[in-house]
Design a protein around this ligand. Structure first.
Ligand SMILES: NC(=O)c1ccc[n+]([C@@H]2O[C@H](COP(=O)([O-])OP(=O)(O)OC[C@H]3O[C@@H](n4cnc5c(N)ncnc54)[C@H](OP(=O)(O)O)[C@@H]3O)[C@@H](O)[C@H]2O)c1
Length: 348
């Protein structure tokens, strides 16, 4: 059945040095082989673009394997979460037409033996939400905030990249939990959106020249929970404002992903270590893949209820065509995205 299907895929041509460039990627095509018994052919509908992919492309990752384990070699198809339709099947558990969440990466088709595929309801109203609000992004926000941050009523929660895919969900859940919420975002437009649409009590623009002073003024009672997505200058402004016993879920440090050397200036680690002791800080990193088994069912229940009650939403930035994945990824890593970034690879 799958004769003469040509698969277009984006491979890693060279490792980026700093912000990725278009020539680090290459669009290639190849014919799909006929299926063997036990295999299905997936046609990608949506592809999620996420900052972690930058780490998998880096030289340091290639040399050390200290972070995610599925690093990329030159010539590999870039990895990524996807929603796909089964368009051919020789697998007893999957029928043509089934929708699945998959990990097909930056390509239009994938042959799979069924491992890791999760069937989705064909009547799902917002299919793309399976990659955003009710998928990895939403789950990251939920787990990091509630299981590590543990905000209490009237505590102050500060969220980095507050209008981003993860940060926007963190802010809304913190509000549901009746915390006082302060977002940090790049630019006045994002900050307005954070307050007017996402419901943050305040939002401070980290690009403004007096950012540090404005953040300090916005937080007379300090910070009880700081949801870290960014690192860099944002964390430096946050650090002095942390209260005793503050909790810091360290989700990501996107400000450092393009770096190829340590920053200039004095070593700030000793000061941070002293504050971890004196303020009894709880700083915990996490990788969301460790937590699906334990918390995913509860997450789905809570999040679907909050969506139904109109308390939770997400802004998606959807770009058509696999050929546009590299440029859209560069746009995401340079902070130009506004919400969850997805590539629409084919029609629903
Ligand atoms: N631990 C896990 O398992 C896990 C899972 C998913 C995601 N993550 C992490 O969560 C974080 C957020 O991911 P996301 O998908 O939601 O991305 P995102 O926040 O939607 O997009 C990245 C945003 O980061 C901000 N940014 C980029 N460079 C910056 C800089 N130098 N200083 C300050 N802000 C900068 C930009 O927002 P502004 O314009 O507002 O600055 C940009 O829009 C990332 O660090 C990601 O790696 C971790």
């Amino acid at each position: 059945m799958n004769q003469n299907i040509i698969n277009r895929q984006v491979i890693l041509k060279s490792r980026p040095d700093g912000i990725p460039q278009l020539d680090n990627f290459q669009l290639v095509q190849q014919q799909i082989d006929p299926l063997n018994d036990g295999e299905v052919l997936l046609k990608t509908i949506y592809l999620s673009l996420d900052p972690y992919m930058r780490g998998l492309m880096s030289q340091a990752m290639a040399e050390t394997e200290t972070w995610y384990t599925d690093r990329l070699e030159l010539g590999d198809t870039i990895v990524g979460g996807t929603i796909s339709r089964i368009v051919d099947s020789r697998h007893p558990d999957f029928q043509i037409g089934d929708l699945v969440s998959s990990f097909s990466g930056w390509q239009e088709y994938q042959v799979s033996d069924g491992t890791g595929l999760i069937k989705l309801d064909k009547n799902t109203e917002h299919l793309s939400h399976a990659l955003s609000l009710v998928g990895m992004t939403g789950f990251t926000a939920y787990h990091g905030l509630l299981n590590i941050g543990q905000p209490k009523v009237n505590e102050t929660v500060v969220v980095a990249s507050a209008t981003g895919a993860v940060g926007s969900v963190v802010g809304q859940i913190a509000k549901i939990k009746q915390a006082y919420t302060v977002g940090i975002a790049g630019g006045e437009e994002k900050c307005r959106y954070a307050v007017e649409v996402l419901g943050f009590d305040q939002c401070i623009d980290h690009k403004s020249p007096d950012f540090k002073q404005r953040l300090t003024e916005a937080l007379p009672n300090g910070i009880d929970v700081y949801f870290e997505n960014v690192g860099g200058a944002v964390f430096e402004a946050v650090q002095p404002l942390l209260n005793n016993y503050a909790r810091i879920p360290v989700c990501g440090v996107v400000a450092h992903y393009n770096a190829n050397k340590l920053p200039e200036g004095p070593n700030r680690i000793p000061q941070l270590m002293i504050e971890i002791i004196s303020k009894r800080l709880h700083i915990q990193g996490f990788l969301i893949n460790d937590h699906y088994e334990q918390y995913y069912e509860q997450f789905k229940k809570d999040v679907n209820q909050w969506i139904a009650e109109g308390k939770l939403s997400i802004k998606e930035e959807i770009v058509d065509g696999i050929e546009n994945a590299p440029q859209t990824f560069i746009h995401l890593l340079s902070g130009q995205n506004f919400g969850k970034v997805l590539i629409k690879v084919s029609e629903e």
